[in-house]
Design a protein around this ligand. Structure first.
Ligand SMILES: Cc1cc2nc3c(=O)[nH]c(=O)nc-3n(C[C@H](O)[C@H](O)[C@H](O)COP(=O)(O)O)c2cc1C
Length: 202
C-alpha cells in the first residue's frame, strides 16, 4: 500500500518538481530501506559543496533492523518526536565539525555545510521514493555521550528517512498535522534584498 500524500508547494515561480513535492511527513512506513539505497542517499550528502571542500558533515545512522541500535538513537529524541519517528525505518543524526580539518582553525561554515549536505540528501532520497523529516528536537549532549562524539563536533539535527506510512496509527493531533495543509512561506520580498538591507529584490 502506498501512503504517499502529495502536498505540493504553492510556489509563485515554477520550481524543480522534487522541490515542489518535498514536505516533512509525520507518518512513516516501517518498511526497510535497502542498504544500497541508503548508501546512495548519503552519497548525495557527500557530493554537496563545502567551504574549502572541508566536508565538515558527519552522520550517525541507525536502521530498525538493528532494534537495539534503533532504540538507542530513538532515545536521543525528544518525546514529541519519538511519538512519530519511532515508525521510521531509518534515523540519522547530522553532526558538524566546527574546525577545519587541514589547519584546526574555526570553521564558521560548518553548520552551513552540514545543512546543505542534508538538503542534498533530502532531494536524493525523494528521487528514490523516500521522504525526510529533520528534527531539532533531540538531546545533543546525550548523543555526544552515547556515541562518543568528540569535542569540536556538534550534533545539529536528527533525521527520519523512509517511505510514507499510515497516518491513522499516530496520535490524533499528529494525524491532523500529517494530513493538514502545508505550512506557509514568507514572500521573496521579505528575504531577498538588493541595494540595501530590507529593499526587496523581487
Ligand atoms: C533544522 C530543523 C529542525 C526541525 N525540528 C523539528 C522537530 O524537532 N520536530 C518536528 O516535528 N519537525 C521539525 N522540523 C520540521 C519543520 O517543522 C518543517 O520543515 C517546517 O515546518 C516546514 O514544513 P515542511 O518541511 O513540511 O515544508 C525541523 C526542520 C528543520 C530543518
Amino acid at each position: 500500500m502506498d501512503y504517499t500524500l502529495e502536498k505540493t508547494a504553492a510556489a509563485d515561480h515554477a520550481l524543480f518538481p522534487l522541490l515542489v513535492r518535498r514536505w516533512s511527513p509525520n507518518a512513516f512506513s516501517p518498511e526497510p530501506v535497502d542498504r544500497e539505497t541508503l548508501a546512495t542517499v548519503f552519497e548525495a550528502a557527500r557530493w554537496s559543496a563545502s567551504c574549502s571542500n572541508d566536508q565538515p558533515w558527519f552522520y550517525l545512522v541507525a536502521t530498525r533492523d538493528d532494534a537495539a541500535a534503533f532504540e538507542t538513537m530513538l532515545g536521543c529524541l525528544e518525546d514529541g518526536n519519538i511519538k512519530w519517528a519511532k515508525t521510521a525505518p531509518v534515523l540519522a543524526i547530522g553532526v558538524a565539525r566546527l574546525t577545519f580539518e587541514r589547519n584546526g582553525k574555526p570553521n564558521r561554515w560548518g553548520y552551513y555545510d552540514l545543512g546543505q549536505s542534508a538538503a542534498y540528501l533530502t532531494v536524493q532520497a525523494m528521487s528514490m521514493g523516500l521522504w525526510v523529516h529533520q528534527m531539532g528536537g533531540f538531546y545533543p549532549e546525550k548523543v555526544r555521550e552515547v556515541y562518543g562524539v568528540p569535542e569540536g563536533y556538534d550534533p545539529v539535527a536528527a533525521i527520519a528517512i523512509g517511505k510514507m506510512g499510515d497516518p491513522s496509527v499516530l496520535p490524533g493531533y499528529l494525524t491532523e498535522r500529517h494530513n493538514g495543509p502545508r505550512s506557509g512561506r514568507k514572500p521573496l520580498r521579505e528575504f531577498v534584498f538588493t541595494g540595501r538591507w530590507g529593499e526587496a529584490a523581487f
